[in-house]
Design a protein around this ligand. Structure first.
Ligand code: PEP
Ligand code: MG
Length: 599
């Protein structure tokens, strides 16, 4: 329940995922699943109900034809034709007859009848063995949601790429591709009912520097568009109708933040060296070619993780080898001689591509994702590997595979790289023969066999976002168990230590590119454990540098020794907080009295 204060101020608490404060009108996105009531209708009203249903079908048809026209104009007839199957649902005689029969025989309202029948159809499709039919479930649900919206008189889903005025977007959920396409000029911040810190929606918000709060439970169901609110991405709050006192407190907070930003700007060009002379590499995680500007302006020393799957999202067809080559080459050229680590396609989990025909799975994070997908979809992998190899001729390109769970996958992927290198030599296409290949360490099994992997690789990059979820068996997207998702769990500390040890024994470098690396409270622990490089969203790099430049390696190592010996995640976290607050107090002046008051 939100806290309702006598002043009329209401506070909704969630999980802070992207720092910053914004205020403005809320834009509440329609519920993904409207509530469908069953209403009896009288004998005489049955005809009217059928009439309403038929009108909603016609209205939906007009809307779909309009969407189809826009898509065809913008992207071509082929892309527009994807809506043909949506339109066919509206003409399916079996479905429509059954709905009308249900309205007549049971004397129920049209939305109930339509919802009941279409859900049964969707469930049958979802259960078929046929991949093509199973994939039609999404089309079916898209169409049925439109018909229901029309029957219920609800507004069509807003187009988040083009908003009329500045607003705070609030919805039940946002997909990573929705987030990547948000209208940057008009989205002041966003909140979602579900989600967690390491969901790709949250990661995207941080790299776009959009203040964001997730895990707000049912806030989107309780709030309405047009209400005035303040969103606090530091403390994870949405405050509706903030009082003058609250606005004043936030004004003070923003002043402190401005002063901090000025201090951070000063250290951007300086290296990340501890007070006792230990050098840490700080690089950036990027999702788009255009992020290279931010890499440079935030003082990162290259790209530690290029999430290439974003080139594949937001579009109808996968990018060709040529298109990928141009994208990778552009990043390499812009940052040369700085290194750019390109991660091969990490599809799956919470990143779905409509054009790749990936069927829905019960456990997508344990399913057909990342390297597993690529090793089976050889054409997709080949185009990407060739594009990366070709781009390596241009700058300091390195490549890494996501989700490696054992040696077999690594050997298979490496064999493919050799095969494509041979092809390129045959075609006289240049590439860097010595391009370094690394792997992400994201599964406990990879940590356990890290010594085998290290012999065949040039570097490791620990993906703590996944490593934590797999090691602790805590779904990284589920806000209900977010409290169990503990980066300072003793098991995680030990897994990181084991990875560092295995890498250093083989004299290869270790980076951390999960969200843990971007947290100035946890960075000293990673440095103390021997991690050579931290890679984080560009806006976080300066804060990391700020902490590292005020820290001694000896203090970080002492913290790591404590953590390796400690039985409690909470105690490890407290020690990390103590050290970070001691060395860089100015970084943490972002919490307010209102945020601390009990929920
Ligand atoms: C990770 O798992 O830590 C990581 C960096 O990869 P992603 O967040 O893209 O899964
Ligand atoms: Mg990962």
């Amino acid at each position: 329940m939100p806290e309702a204060l006598p002043s009329g101020e209401r506070i909704f608490r969630g999980i802070p995922v992207s720092a910053g404060v914004c205020r403005g009108k809320l834009l509440v996105l329609g519920l993904a699943r409207p509530v469908i009531d069953k209403r009896p209708v009288s004998e005489t009203a049955v005809a009217e109900e059928i009439n309403r249903f038929e009108k909603a079908l016609v209205q939906t048809r007009h809307q779909l034809l309009e969407v189809q026209r826009k898509v065809s104009d913008a992207m071509g007839a082929h892309e527009g034709s994807i809506f043909d199957s949506h339109l066919l649902v509206l003409e399916d005689p079996m479905l429509l007859d059954e709905v009308i029969r249900l309205i007549r025989n049971e004397k129920v309202n049209a939305e109930y009848a339509f919802h009941a029948v279409s859900e049964r159809y969707a469930a049958t499709l979802a259960a078929t063995e046929d991949d093509y039919l199973r994939e039609r479930v999404t089309d079916m649900r898209d169409v049925t949601a439109r018909v229901l919206n029309n029957l219920l008189g609800l507004e069509d889903e807003h187009d988040l790429r083009r908003l009329k005025e500045p607003c705070i977007v609030l919805g039940h959920d946002l997909t990573p591709s929705n987030t990547a396409q948000l209208d940057r000029r008009n989205v002041l911040g966003f909140g979602t009912d579900v989600g967690s810190r390491t969901s790709h929606t949250a990661i995207m918000a941080r790299s776009l520097r959009i203040p964001a709060v997730v895990g707000l439970k049912d806030a989107s169901g309780q709030l309405e568009s047009g209400q005035y609110a303040l969103l606090d991405g530091f403390n994870g709050l949405i405050i509706v109708n903030p009082t003058d006192q609250t606005l004043y407190e936030y004004g003070q907070l923003e002043k402190k933040q401005l002063t901090l930003q000025e201090k951070l700007r000063d250290i951007v060009p300086r290296p990340a060296i501890t007070l006792d002379g230990h050098r840490v590499s700080l690089s950036a995680n990027i999702e788009h070619v255009s992020d290279t500007d931010a890499v440079k302006s935030q003082g990162a020393e290259g790209v530690g993780l290029f999430r290439t799957e974003y080139l594949f999202l937001e579009r109808q067809h996968p990018p060709s080898e040529e298109e990928q080559y141009h994208a990778y080459r552009a990043v390499a050229a812009a940052l040369k001689p700085l290194p750019v680590v390109i991660r091969t396609l990490d599809l799956g989990g919470d990143k779905f591509l409509s054009h790749m025909h990936v069927p829905a799975e019960m456990n997508p994070f344990l399913g057909w994702r990342a390297i597993r997908f690529c090793l089976q979809e050889r054409d997709v992998f080949r185009e990407q590997l060739r594009a990366i190899l070709r781009a390596s001729a241009e700058g300091n390109v390195k490549m890494m595979y996501p989700m490696i769970s054992g040696l077999e996958e690594l050997n298979q992927a490496n064999a493919l790289v050799e095969e494509y290198k041979a092809e390129l030599r045959q075609e006289s296409l240049p590439f860097d023969e010595g391009m370094e290949i690394g792997a992400m360490i994201e599964t406990p099994s990879a940590v356990i066999v890290a010594d085998f992997l290290a012999k065949r690789l040039k570097f490791f990059s620990i993906g703590t976002n996944d490593l934590i979820q797999y090691a602790l068996a805590v779904d990284r997207l589920n806000e209900k168990i977010a409290h169990l998702y503990e980066p300072t769990h003793p098991a995680i500390v030990r897994l990181i230590q084991a990875t560092v040890d295995a890498a250093h024994r083989q004299k290869i470098r270790v980076s951390v590119c999960g969200e843990m690396a971007g947290d100035p409270v946890l960075a000293p622990l990673l440095v103390g454990l021997g991690v050579d490089e931290l890679s984080a969203a560009p806006p976080l790099v300066a804060s990391l540098k700020f902490v590292i430049r005020r820290l001694k390696l000896a203090e970080a190592q002492e913290l790591a020794r404590f953590a390796l010996d400690c039985e409690s995640a909470a105690d490890i976290l407290s020690r990390c907080q103590e050290l970070a607050h001691e060395v860089a107090p100015g970084l943490f002046e972002d919490s307010l009295a209102i945020a601390k008051s009990p929920a």
